[in-house]
Design a protein around this ligand. Structure first.
Ligand code: F6P
Length: 357
C-alpha cells in the first residue's frame, strides 16, 4: 500500500484497518511503500506488521510518508539547457519494485492525482484498489473522502472564534480555507459557523454584491461580518489567485491569497476595516475526528475485502449513505466540484447567506 498526495487526518486509520484486516482476517502479508509513488519508483518498501500499526488510529499524518511531486508517467529528472523541466516515464521502475517485493496488488490511498498515477500501473497490468483521501472532498465518484470532516471541524472552530473579535471591533473577518478548486470545505464550514458570506470557486463573486451585503449588516447594527473564503474562489471578472507555480510538479499551481485581496477590496470600497486569517495546513494536520476514524476504517476494510474477492481496479466510495465501489479508471484524475444548484447552497441562501453573486 502507498499513501500519495497531501496528507490528511485519517490516513493512519486506513493503514491500520488494511494491515490488521489483511493479517488477522486473511493471513496475508502487507508491505508499506514509503513516500507515495516516490518510494515505488526508488524501491523503498518495508513489510508492515500489526505492531507497526498499533496505536496509530488517532494519529494525524501518515506513518508511511507521502509525496505530491511524483507521477511515474511524468517523473521530473532535471532541467534542460532551455530551462524547461525534463520528464521521463518511469513506470518500468515501479514495476521492477513490484516484482522485487513480489506484490500481488497495490492499495493506493490518495486523491484524484494519486488515482491518476495508479492508472499507469493498471495499464501495465497491476491490480490497484483505490481509497479516496483528501481534505478537499473533491474525488469523483464518492460523496465523502476521509479527512474532509476533520478539516471542516477545524475550519468551523476557527470561524466560530473569529466571531467574537469581529463583533468587538466591528470588522469584516475573512477566513481563507483550503480546498483547491472545490468549495466543499468553505461551504460546509461556512454553513456550520453561520458565516455571513461564503465564497467558493464554483460561484464566482462580484465585489459590489459582497460590499452591499456587509454594509447592510453594519447599518442594521450587526456591526461585523464573517466571510468564509475558499482559496480557489475568484471574482466574476478575475482569476484564481496563485501563491506559487512550479512546473515540475504534477499539480503546478498552489492557490492562496484571495482572502487578503477580498479584505483589501472591501476596505477600499466601503471603508470598513477588514482582516484576513489564512488557516492553511492546520486543516489537514492533527488527529482525525471520530467520524473520519470510522470512515477510514470502513474504507480500509472494504479495500481489503475487494482485493480478496478478486476485484480489480476498483475504488472504494461512500455513496448515498453507504459503502460501494467504482471503476478506478473512470474516476482517476477527475475533480468533484460543488454543483451550484446543490441543495446545501439553497439551504444557505434560505438563511440569508451571501455567495457574492
Ligand atoms: O489537496 C489538499 C491541499 O491541502 C489543498 O487544499 C491545497 O490547495 C493543497 O493541498 C496544498 O498543497 P501543498 O501540500 O503542495 O502545499
Amino acid at each position: 500500500m502507498l499513501t500519495g498526495g497531501g496528507d490528511c487526518p485519517g490516513i493512519n486509520a486506513v493503514i491500520r484497518a488494511i494491515t490488521k484486516t489483511a493479517i488477522y482476517k486473511y493471513g496475508l502479508r502487507v508491505y508499506g511503500i514509503e513516500d507515495g509513488f516516490l518510494g515505488l519508483v526508488t524501491g523503498r518498501v518495508a513489510e508492515l506488521t500489526s505492531l507497526h500499526v498499533s496505536s496509530i488510529l488517532t494519529r494525524g499524518g501518515t506513518i508511511l510518508g507521502t509525496d505530491n511531486r511524483t507521477n511515474p508517467k511524468r517523473y521530473y529528472t532535471g532541467t534542460g539547457s532551455d530551462g524547461e523541466p525534463i520528464f521521463q516515464d518511469v513506470t518500468d521502475r515501479c514495476l521492477a519494485t513490484i516484482e522485487t517485493f513480489k506484490l500481488d496488488a497495490m492499495i493506493v490511498v490518495g486523491g484524484d492525482g494519486t488515482m491518476a498515477c495508479a492508472e499507469s500501473l493498471i495499464e501495465a497490468g497491476v491490480n490497484c484498489i483505490g481509497v479516496p483521501k483528501t481534505i478537499d472532498n473533491d474525488v469523483e465518484g464518492t460523496d465523502l473522502t476521509f479527512g474532509f470532516l476533520t478539516a471542516v471541524e477545524t475550519a468551523t472552530d476557527a470561524l466560530d472564534r473569529l466571531h467574537s473579535t469581529a463583533m468587538s471591533h466591528h470588522r469584516v473577518m475573512v477566513c481563507e480555507v483550503m480546498g483547491r478548486n472545490a468549495g466543499w470545505i468553505g461551504l460546509h464550514a461556512g454553513l456550520a459557523s453561520g458565516s455571513d458570506v461564503i465564497l467558493i470557486p464554483e460561484i464566482p463573486f462580484e465585489l459590489d454584491r459582497i460590499c452591499e451585503f456587509v454594509e447592510g449588516r453594519m447599518h442594521r447594527r450587526r456591526g461585523f461580518s464573517i466571510i468564509a473564503c475558499a482559496e480557489g474562489a475568484r471574482a466574476v471578472d478575475g482569476k484564481q489567485v496563485v501563491a506559487a507555480h512550479d512546473p515540475t510538479r504534477p499539480e503546478p499551481v498552489r492557490l492562496g491569497g484571495i482572502g487578503q485581496q477580498v479584505a483589501a477590496a472591501i476596505t477600499g470600497q466601503t471603508g470598513i476595516e477588514a482582516r484576513t486569517t489564512v488557516l492553511g495546513y492546520v486543516q489537514r494536520a492533527g488527529p482525525p475526528c471520530a467520524l473520519d476514524r470510522v470512515l477510514a476504517t470502513h474504507f480500509g476494510y472494504r479495500a481489503l475485502e475487494l482485493l480478496v474477492s478478486g476485484a480489480r481496479d476498483r475504488m472504494v466510495v461512500w455513496h448515498h449513505g453507504g459503502l460501494d465501489d467504482v471503476d478506478l479508471r473512470a474516476v482517476a484524475g477527475r475533480q468533484r466540484l460543488v454543483p451550484p444548484d446543490d441543495s446545501l447552497i439553497a439551504a444557505a441562501r434560505a438563511v440569508k447567506t451571501c455567495f457574492g453573486d
